[in-house]
Design a protein around this ligand. Structure first.
Ligand code: NOJ
Length: 570
C-alpha cells in the first residue's frame, strides 16, 4: 500500500483519542483506586496502540459524589490519584511519547464542597452568592419549576441559611454555576490558562452546552403527568451559549495550540455546525448523543432506562445526517463508548461467541467514518458489560438513585430493575481495566473499589497483545491506517443501501480513491451486493475481521456473522 502523509487537515483531525477513566485504569499503590503513577506506568501500552491524544476524566480534588465530576479544587489533584508532581511526571511521559493530553473541564457545576459554594450558601450578600443560581423558597414548600435532575429528584435543593433553593442539574452535591456572572467566567478562563500554562494540550468540556440557562427558568413541557419532567431540553441550547463559548475561545484558548471537544447532550445538527465551524465556531468538535439515544424510547419520561432494540436503519440515518451536515462546515467526533455508556460490544455487537468479531466490526464501522475517533479504555480489548448479582456491587450515583426510586418508591421488582442496569448502567464501562489474568485483572494488588469483570481471565491486555488476531491488534492496525490514508481523514461520506436492516455499508471519496466499508451488524450470514454506481478498476483490502480470499468479489459476497471489510477502490 502506498504510504503518503496527510498534511492538509489540522493535527486533531488526524488524531485518535484514548479516554482514561483514572479511577479504573491502573492502581500503583494497592489502595484499590487507579492513580496517576498507574497511568504513567502504562504509557508504553498507549504508545504501542498508536493513539495520539489522551482524554483524562477528572483528576482534580473532589469528594467523589460523581467520581470527580464534582470538583472542590480545580488546581489540586485528588488525594487518591497522587500529587501534582505525579501529574507533571505523567504529562512529561506523554509528551516524550508524542501523546497530547486533554483534561476534563467540568465547569457547568462545581462540588458543593468547593470554597465558592461554601461561601455562596452563607448569605445572600456574600460576594460569592451570585456564582450560583438561586430561587426564593416559598413557605408552601412548592418548587421553583418542574425540572427533574439527571440523577433523579428535583433540580432544586433547599439552602436554609438563605431561605433559598439552589439549582443542580445533576446531584445535589453539584450546584450549577451562574455563567451570567462575568466573574464566574473569568474564574473559569483563569483555571483553563493555569492548566494550559502547565503544558496540557486541551480540554474535553463536560456538558458544555448546558452553561447558558434560559431566562426565567420556565417549566419544562409535561410528558409525565404528576411527575417532575425531563429538563435537559430546557438548558442545552441556551440563548448565550455561543457567545460564552466564543468568549472562552478568545480569552482562554486562542494563543495556545489546543484540541477541544464539547460534550453536548441533545445537540442539534445546527448546534454542531455553529460550535465546530472553523471560522465562526469555538470548539474543534462536539460529542453529540443522537446515536446514543437510539435504543431508548423517544419521548418517554424514563429517559435512557426506557429500553427498545436498536434499528440499524436508525443508526444509518443518524450517522449519515451528521456526516453529511458537518462536511466542510464543522467536524465530527466519533465514539461508541465512554465512561457513561454501556460497552458497545454488549450493546450493538455480541458479547458471547461473536465477541471478538463484533468488537472488530464496530471498530471498523466507527473508524471508517469522517471525524476524530475516540477509544475508551478497554474498548480496544473488547471488554464487555458487567452483570453484578446485587445492587450493593454497583457504585454509580445515577444507577443507585434510579434503583432506589424504582424499587423503594415505585415498588418495581428488583430483578426487573437490575435487568435494566445490566443493559444501561454507567458502571458497565467503569469496571477496572483488565490488564492480565491474575486476581483483579492486574488492576490492583489490593481490593478494587469496584469488582473486576469475572471474564478478565480470558479478556485482558496481556492475552490480547500476545495474540496477533486480537481486538487490540485490530485497533492498532486501524489507528495506523488513519496515518497512512488521506481518504480516511478527508474523504466525503456516502451511505449505501439506507434501507438494509442488517448491513451498514458506506463509501468515502477523495480524488480518485474510494474507501469502501462494509459491516454486517448481525450474528447471521448476510448477502452484500455493491451498487453498480460505485465504479473502480482495482481494489485493495485494507483490513477485515475474517480471512478474505483474494479472489472474493467486492461486487457481491456473503458476509459472515459480524463480518467487516474495508477496501480502497481506485
Ligand atoms: C457528563 C459526565 O460525562 C458524567 O460522567 C457526569 O456525571 C455528568 N456530566 C455531570 O458532570
Amino acid at each position: 500500500m502506498a504510504v503518503s502523509h496527510v498534511s492538509k487537515a489540522a493535527d486533531w483531525k488526524q488524531s485518535v483519542v484514548y479516554q482514561i477513566y483514572p479511577r479504573s485504569f491502573c492502581d500503583s499503590n494497592g489502595d484499590g483506586i487507579g492513580d496517576l503513577p498507574g497511568i504513567t506506568s502504562k504509557l508504553d501500552y498507549l504508545q504501542a496502540l498508536g493513539v495520539d491524544v489522551v482524554w483524562l476524566s477528572p483528576v482534580y480534588r473532589s469528594p467523589n459524589d460523581d467520581n470527580g465530576y464534582d470538583i472542590s479544587d480545580y488546581r489540586a489533584i485528588m488525594d487518591e490519584f497522587g500529587s501534582m508532581a505525579d501529574f507533571d511526571t505523567m504529562l512529561e511521559g506523554m509528551h516524550a511519547r508524542g501523546i497530547r493530553l486533554m483534561m476534563d473541564l467540568v465547569v457547568n457545576h462545581t462540588s458543593d464542597e468547593h470554597p465558592w459554594f461554601q461561601q455562596a450558601r452563607q448569605s445572600r450578600d456574600n460576594p460569592y452568592h451570585d456564582y450560583y443560581i438561586w430561587r426564593d423558597m416559598p413557605t408552601d414548600g412548592s418548587l421553583p419549576n418542574n425540572w427533574e435532575a439527571a440523577f433523579s429528584g428535583s433540580v432544586w435543593e433547599p439552602n436554609p441559611a438563605t431561605g433559598e433553593y439552589y439549582l443542580h442539574m445533576f446531584s445535589k452535591k453539584q450546584p450549577d454555576l451562574n455563567w451570567e456572572n462575568p466573574k464566574v467566567r473569568q474564574e473559569v478562563y483563569a483555571l483553563m490558562r493555569f492548566w494550559l500554562d502547565k503544558g496540557v494540550d486541551g480540554f474535553r468540556m463536560d456538558v458544555i452546552n448546558m452553561i447558558s440557562k434560559p431566562a426565567g427558568l420556565p417549566d419544562a413541557p409535561v410528558i409525565r403527568g404528576g411527575h417532575l419532567q425531563p429538563s435537559f431540553g430546557m438548558v442545552t441550547n441556551g440563548p448565550r451559549l455561543l457567545e460564552f463559548l466564543r468568549e472562552m475561545k478568545a480569552q482562554a484558548l486562542d494563543g495556545y495550540d489546543t484540541i477541544t471537544v464539547g460534550e453536548a447532550p441533545l445537540a442539534t445538527i445546527q448546534q454542531g455546525v455553529d460550535i465546530t465551524n472553523a471560522q465562526t465556531g469555538a470548539l474543534n468538535m462536539l460529542f453529540q448523543f443522537e446515536h446514543m439515544d437510539l435504543d431508548a424510547i423517544p419521548g418517554d419520561g424514563r429517559g435512557k432506562w426506557a429500553l427498545r432494540p436498536l434499528a440499524l436503519t436508525d443508526l444509518k440515518a443518524s450517522m449519515s445526517r451528521w456526516q453529511n451536515a458537518l462536511w466542510q462546515t464543522g467536524w465530527n467526533s466519533l465514539y461508541l463508548s465512554n465512561h457513561d455508556q454501556p460497552r458497545p460490544v454488549s450493546r450493538w455487537g455480541d458479547d458471547g461467541v461473536h465477541r471478538v468479531a463484533s468488537a472488530k466490526m464496530l471498530a471498523t464501522f466507527l473508524h471508517g467514518l469522517q471525524g476524530t475517533p475516540y477509544v475508551y479504555q478497554g474498548e480496544e480489548l473488547g471488554m464487555t458489560n458487567a452483570r453484578f448479582a446485587c445492587i450493593e456491587d454497583y457504585r454509580d450515583i445515577e444507577t443507585l438513585n434510579m434503583y432506589r426510586e424504582a424499587v423503594q418508591d415505585r415498588h418495581e421488582a428488583p430483578a426487573e430493575v437490575l435487568a435494566r442496569i445490566y443493559v444501561k448502567s454507567r458502571d458497565n464501562a467503569r469496571t477496572p481495566m483488565q490488564w492480565d489474568a491474575t486476581t483483579h485483572g492486574g488492576f490492583t494488588t489490593g481490593t478494587p473499589w469496584m469488582q473486576t469483570n469475572p471474564n478478565h481471565a480470558e479478556v485482558n491486555a496481556a492475552q490480547a497483545r500476545d495474540d496477533a488476531d486480537s481486538v487490540w491488534h485490530y485497533y492498532r492496525r486501524l489507528i495506523a491506517l488513519r496515518k497512512q490514508l488521506p481518504v480516511l481523514v478527508e474523504g466525503r461520506y456516502a451511505l449505501l443501501q439506507p434501507e438494509d436492516p442488517n448491513v451498514y455499508a458506506y463509501t468515502r471519496a477523495l480524488g480518485g480513491e474510494v474507501l469502501l466499508v462494509v459491516c454486517n451488524f448481525t450474528p447471521h450470514e448476510q448477502a452484500f451486493v455493491l451498487p453498480a454506481h460505485v465504479a473502480f478498476e482495482t481494489q485493495e483490502l485494507l483490513i477485515a475481521n475474517y480471512a478474505v480470499n483474494a479472489a472474493d468479489s467486492v461486487r457481491a459476497c456473503t458476509l459472515r456473522p459480524f463480518e467487516a471489510r474495508m477496501h480502497v477502490l481506485r
